[in-house]
Design a protein around this ligand. Structure first.
Ligand code: OFO
Length: 168
C-alpha cells in the first residue's frame, strides 16, 4: 500500500472513530434532556461511525498496510438545544465529506484504483448522512420553541433502527 495513502487512511479512520465519539456524546446529552428518541438516533449514528472506522481498518489490513490507532480527541459535551446539536452534526458531516473528497483526490493521484473504488461507498454514504442531518435541522427550525413539536420529532427519531447489513 502506498505510504502516503496508508497514513491518510490511518488519519481518516481516527476521524471516523472521533465521529462515533461525538455522536455518543450527543446521545448522552439527549439522555440527560430525557429526549430518548434523539438519544436513540445519535447512539445508532455512533454505531455506524464505528463501523465506518472498521471498514478503513479492514481495507488497510487487506492491502498489507499497517493500522496505527491514534488518540481520539475529547468530543464536545454540551449544546444549547437539540437544534444546535443537530446543526453540529450536519456541519460535522460536511467536514467528513470534504475529508473523503481529499482521500479520493489522493487515491487518484497515485492511480490506486482499489482505494478509489473503496472510497466511492463513502462518497455516496456522505450524501445520505448530510441529507439525514439536514432534514432534522430543517424540522427543528420549523418547530422552534414549541414543546409539542419537539415531543413529536423525538418520538419519530425513536423509530430509527440499526442497519441490517454491515454496509452502514
Ligand atoms: Fe462516517 O459518516 Fe458520518 O461522519
Amino acid at each position: 500500500m502506498n505510504k502516503e495513502i496508508e497514513a491518510a487512511f490511518n488519519d481518516h479512520l481516527n476521524a471516523e472513530l472521533h465521529s462515533s465519539y461525538l455522536y455518543l456524546s450527543m446521545s448522552n446529552y439527549f439522555a440527560a434532556q430525557s429526549l430518548s428518541g434523539m438519544e436513540n438516533w445519535m447512539r445508532l449514528q455512533a454505531d455506524e461511525e464505528r463501523a465506518h472506522g472498521m471498514k478503513f481498518i479492514d481495507f488497510i489490513n487487506e492491502r498489507n498496510g499497517r493500522v496505527i490507532l491514534q488518540q481520539i480527541d475529547t468530543p464536545k459535551v454540551e449544546w444549547k438545544n437539540a437544534l444546535e446539536a443537530f446543526q453540529d452534526s450536519y456541519d460535522h458531516e460536511c467536514l467528513i465529506s470534504s475529508k473523503i473528497d481529499k482521500l479520493v483526490d489522493l487515491a487518484t493521484k497515485h492511480s490506486d484504483h482499489a482505494a478509489t473504488a473503496f472510497l466511492q461507498w463513502f462518497v455516496n454514504e456522505q450524501v445520505e448522512e448530510e441529507a439525514a442531518a439536514q432534514a432534522i435541522v430543517d424540522k427543528l427550525r420549523m418547530i422552534g420553541d414549541q414543546p409539542m413539536g419537539l415531543f413529536m420529532i423525538d418520538a419519530q427519531l425513536a423509530g430509527r433502527k440499526p442497519e441490517e447489513d454491515s454496509n452502514e
